[in-house]
Design a protein around this ligand. Structure first.
Ligand SMILES: O=C(O)CCC(=O)C(=O)O
Ligand SMILES: [Mn+2]
Length: 202
């Protein structure tokens, strides 16, 4: 792995150009065309609000996951996702059972500030995040000290979050006024397989 970019309280590794430019171009085109991108909506403050990006969830049949307030059953791995998963697993020496795919159509699409700290991810999750397409800013801030960390994620880069990072840091992909072409992000995760039964009981 590379150096740990997190100054304290967790692990954050950036592998630039995990995929080469030609490979990244090919994967971007294939995933944009083949994945079952969906527009989600969440119910907040008494009304339905569209999530500002497209999403879909793939994985092993029992890797059920709750996001946007709804339980999601995984779709079956596509050959491209399966192949990427295996390369990412070999880099991380860690077995994933699912992937959340996000498509940011332009600079107005974004991901709000959050930590990936859902119970079904376990205590110190390893999350491997592959970026394809236009580069976007990935912002982190420490929950207590508010220390900030800005990372630019480019075409073919792999970011790995591990250790106690999700306990202590929040992250986001903010909107930008800069002209942006689409970006795909894949976050490989290991979901505890009783995830949805627990989530739906709460
Ligand atoms: O798009 C990204 O780089 C971040 C995605 C993310 O944080 C997530 O899916 O939880
Ligand atoms: Mn996240």
């Amino acid at each position: 792995m590379t150096d740990n970019l997190a100054p304290v309280d967790g692990e954050l590794y950036l592998i630039k150009q995990f995929y080469s430019l030609p490979e990244s171009n090919q994967l971007f085109a294939q995933l944009q065309a083949d994945l079952a991108w969906q527009e989600e909506a969440i119910f907040i403050y008494g009304r339905w609000v569209k999530v500002p990006r497209l999403m879909c969830w793939y994985g092993d049949p029992d890797a059920c996951y709750r996001y946007s307030g709804v339980n999601h059953q995984p779709m079956v791995w596509t050959p491209a996702l399966q192949e990427i998963k295996e390369k990412v697993e070999s880099q991380c020496q860690y077995a994933f059972n699912s992937v959340l795919a996000n498509l940011y159509r332009d600079g107005k699409d974004s991901m709000g500030c959050h930590a990936d700290d859902e119970k079904e991810l376990g205590s110190n999750p390893v999350i491997a995040s592959l970026s394809l397409g236009d580069r976007r800013l990935f912002k982190l801030h420490h929950k207590k000290s508010t220390e900030k960390l800005d990372i630019v994620l480019g075409h073919g880069d792999l970011l790995v979050m591990a250790g106690t990072l999700q306990h202590h840091w929040m992250h986001s992909v903010p909107k930008t006024k800069k002209l942006k072409t689409p970006r795909i992000n894949l976050t490989f995760r290991k979901i505890k397989t009783d995830g949805c039964s627990r989530a739906s009981a709460s």
